[in-house]
Structure formats: structure tokens, C-alpha cells
Write a protein that binds this ligand. Sequence first.
Ligand SMILES: Nc1nc2c(ncn2[C@@H]2O[C@H](COP(=O)(O)OP(=O)(O)OP(=O)(O)O)[C@@H](O)[C@H]2O)c(=O)[nH]1
Ligand SMILES: [Mg+2]
Length: 295
Amino acid sequence: MIPAAPADFRSGFVALIGRPNVGKSTLLNRLLGEKIAITSPVAQTTRHAIRGVLTRPTSQIIFIDTPGIHKPRHKLGEALVNTARQTMAQVDVVVFVADGSEPTGAGDRLIATTLLPVAPVVLVLNKLDCTSLDYSASYHELWPEPPLTFRLSAQRGDGLGEFLTGLEQQLPLGPYYYPPDSLTDQTERLLCAEFIREQILLATQEEVPHAVAVGIEAMEELSRLTRIRAVIYVERDSQKGILIGKGGERLKGISTQARLAMEEMLQTKVYLEVFVKVAAHWRQNPRLLKELYPQ
Ligand SMILES: Nc1nc2c(ncn2[C@@H]2O[C@H](COP(=O)(O)OP(=O)(O)OP(=O)(O)O)[C@@H](O)[C@H]2O)c(=O)[nH]1
Ligand SMILES: [Mg+2]
């Protein structure tokens, strides 16, 4: 049930936009208090727009986490950047997330100058825990008028209250768009696939992470457990070898960690089977890309 909002209730759609790896997904999870987006030290972790609904007594904010904006080198990269651009065009406020532990760089300039005239901007300088310096001035040079700015640490949770209160004021008066107990548009199936990809990003390095896609082929709820069959797609035999590891050890580790995250989310025991398949050039294959990343 969607209740009627009080007269002074504010609501709206807020895009989290920024370079890869600045902490957009970490911020989303922290704001919602639930893990609905995977995070990792590898750039281009997020591959599709992820909606998270935060309902407060005075507002409902619909956050949309997006893939990091970068110079694309393949069709997957192009699709990621397009997702971010399309999201920006459809929101009430753009939250521009930057790594506040360093001064601004060419990537931020590109985003600010070419992409940001579309909606009001709120600047977030994240990773405050990594620096004692305030680089706000360096970022403010990107605009003729500096935007409303918040310095915070998504990882530690510092500065989030001020940010939310300030952000709320930027939203128009409006209704509940979702029932107050809504959390996300991510299905359990999609999240399970993402939990596997997260463990792959954490367990492997170099070109393997970007060459990987995960699909859930079957998910069956039984009385005492949920049975899940997943497929990891890689582009080459050598990548399959790296993923599986000596005696299957690496794949075993990935599966175990992913299963624990699934059990936590689903609140049930999970029996997880994971297969690795080679699908040459899937990143350049529009059909497979559409199947795996429908948005
Ligand atoms: N020290 C510190 N690290 C952070 C903070 N926020 C995020 N990180 C780390 O930065 C890395 C990237 O975080 P993500 O949330 O995946 O970044 P993202 O902007 O969503 O990245 P893409 O999805 O690739 O665009 C991870 O290793 C996080 O743990 C923070 O406030 N402080
Ligand atoms: Mg992300």
C-alpha cells in the first residue's frame, strides 16, 4: 500500500554519478543499510543501474547507482557509460561522487563539463577517512558556481546524516513513489549473480574480472534450502583456468564466499553449483550483453 504523503513531504530520484571506484555503490549500501550493490577495488564493478529506496519520516529518496563513467574500450564499456548518461537525464538531482582523498583530475572534469548541465548537482567528496586534507576548492573549480558539497566516508558512515538532510532539501515536494517498506528493484536472482561476480573481482586480478559475466540458470526454493545453479562466462580457456585454480581451489573459495552472502540475503541455507563456460568475445556480443545486462 502506498500511503498519502503529508503536505510538506519531499521525494524524488537521485543519480549517483562519478568515475569508477570512487565509492558510489558503497555509499548506496551504507545509506540503505543493506547490501544491494556489489563493491570492489576493481574499477567498473557496477554494470547496471541499481535502484535503492530510502524512506524517511519527511521524505522518500530513490537512489540510482550507476556504472562509473570512463573512456570506454569495448562494447561493454560503452553500454556502462550509456547507462550512467541515460540515468542522469531522468532524475531530480545528480549526486556527483568523487574521491575526496585526492584533488580533481581529468576524469572528473570530463563528467562535470560535458554531462552535468542536465540536473541540479550535489557534490560528495568521499573517502574522507583516507585524508586530513580538504580538496573541496580543487573540485569547485569545475563549476562557475560551486555546488552544495558534503565530505563524508561511505565506508565508515561518517557525514551521512548531514548529507541526507541537505539532499532532502534539494528535492521537490512530492508523493511516495514506492510503498514505504520498499528497498530495491534488484531481484534475488540478480543479486545472487552479482555476489558471485563480486567474489571473482576480489579473488582474481588483471584482465579476468572484466572478462567475466555471471548468469543464474536455476533457482529452486526447497523446504530447508534454496538450490542455485550459476554459470560464469569467460572469454578464453586461459581465464577459465585462472578462475578454477589449482585443483579447483579458487573456484571453491569464490563459491563459498558467494554462498555465504546469498544465505545472508535469503535467510536460508543455499546449495550452490557453479559452472565456468567459455563464450568468446561476449563483451563485444550485443545479444549476450543484452541477455546478461538487460538495462
Ligand atoms: N577508504 C575508503 N574506501 C572506500 C570508501 N568508499 C568506498 N571505498 C572503497 O573503494 C572501492 C570502490 O568502491 P565501490 O563502491 O565499488 O566504487 P564505485 O564507485 O561503485 O565503483 P564502480 O562501480 O566501479 O564505478 C572499494 O574497495 C571500497 O571499499 C570510503 O569512504 N573510504
Ligand atoms: Mg559501483
